[in-house]
Design a protein around this ligand. Structure first.
Ligand code: UDP
Ligand code: MG
Length: 322
């Protein structure tokens, strides 16, 4: 039964009621034209705006739709993973619910994937988001490219296509701090990028503000790398070096310059040094605590998400596909 489905489309949904009807119509129209068998897996990530009721009603009419309902809002990545755990298709397409990535663009990714890639990543060349939304993304792209040694233009693009085995491998991970693009790079996949259209959000609003994005960026970087700890160590080392040379300088000047007022010079330099060192100490402690906090979350070993309900065609009525 598994091999009968060509394409599984996974859509994380968090308060996207105004967009769901158009989203559904356009996915179906696109894939019908492709003449492939498909299923749509909508993951309701604790929506409170009626998204779930709409999906439930839709599922009654179209058994190709399956709805995975999470117990509360877990976040976009856990929602995606919950969807991945339910896919049956040979290929898996990830799509945002807000129509920023036109569903019609899925075709380009599917065709590219069939050329023999493991992953095809959408690339929003002309991205229609605010600067506050784009800037943190650009920082993250740069940081990840640097850390993972891979040049990828738009890792955050919510339009991606995977071969089923890539999704299965990623689903097998058990750690909590996950960022899907980093996980897939870590697997060592053969990856292609495809230019895709990007639009303004059709309805509703972005779930990410500037502050939450900066926070997310730090979470992502510290979850894939210990670079922040190393950088702090480096800064600490450099500062002690500066302090050491300052000490030598003051010492030498005291010997050479007889009119030097030792008090004024010392108070100024000691105050400056105090602030710098206290700041570095605090940052260092903060970063260490972040990592300790992460270890704390991992040792608790809680599930990454909780599925409350899977709304799908009951086995007794199977075979009635429209
Ligand atoms: N999303 C989700 N859970 C969340 C936040 C977002 O499932 O906690 C979904 C959201 O419904 C959308 C996708 O993830 O389908 C991308 O979210 P959004 O459009 O807000 O992000 P942006 O386009 O600003 O990156
Ligand atoms: Mg969006």
């Amino acid at each position: 039964m598994d091999d009968k489905i060509d394409i599984s489309v996974v859509v994380p949904v968090y308060n996207e009621a105004p967009n769901l009807n158009a989203l559904y119509q356009r996915i179906v129209a696109t894939l019908d034209k492709l003449n492939r068998s498909f299923e749509i897996i909508a993951v309701d990530d604790g929506s409170t705006d009626g998204s779930l009721d709409f999906l439930r009603a839709l599922q009654q009419r179209d058994p190709r739709l399956r709805v995975v309902r999470l117990a509360r809002n877990f976040g976009q990545t856990p929602a995606l993973y919950a969807g991945f755990a339910h896919v049956r298709g040979r290929m898996v397409v990830q799509l945002d619910a807000d129509l920023q990535n036109p569903p019609e663009e899925m075709v380009k990714l599917i065709e590219k994937l069939e050329e023999g890639y493991d992953v095809v990543q959408g690339w929003r060349e002309d991205r229609r988001d605010t600067l506050a939304r784009r800037l943190p993304s650009r920082m993250l792209n740069r940081a990840i490219s640097l850390l993972m040694g891979a040049k990828i233009r738009d890792l955050g693009c919510g339009l991606k296509a995977f071969r089923r085995d890539v999704v299965e491998r990623m689903s097998g991970f058990t750690h909590h701090a996950r960022y899907l693009p980093a996980e897939m790079l870590w697997l060592g996949v053969r990856m292609a990028e495809v230019k895709v259209e990007h639009r303004e959000r059709a309805g509703g609003e972005s779930k990410y503000g500037l502050f939450s994005l900066l926070r997310l960026n730090f979470d992502i970087i510290s979850s894939i790398s210990t670079a922040p700890i190393k950088i702090i160590g480096l800064v600490g080392g450099l500062l002690s070096l500066v302090g050491f040379f300052m000490g030598i300088l003051i010492f030498v000047r005291r010997i050479i310059d007889v009119n030097y007022d030792p008090l004024a010079g010392s108070i100024a330099s000691v105050t400056a040094l105090f602030f710098i060192l206290a700041g570095v100490q605090m940052i260092a402690t903060g970063i260490m605590c972040e990592y300790i906090g992460r270890i704390f979350v991992e040792v608790q070993n809680k599930p990454y998400y909780i599925v409350k309900e899977v709304i799908e065609e009951s086995p007794t009525s199977s075979g009635n596909l429209p």
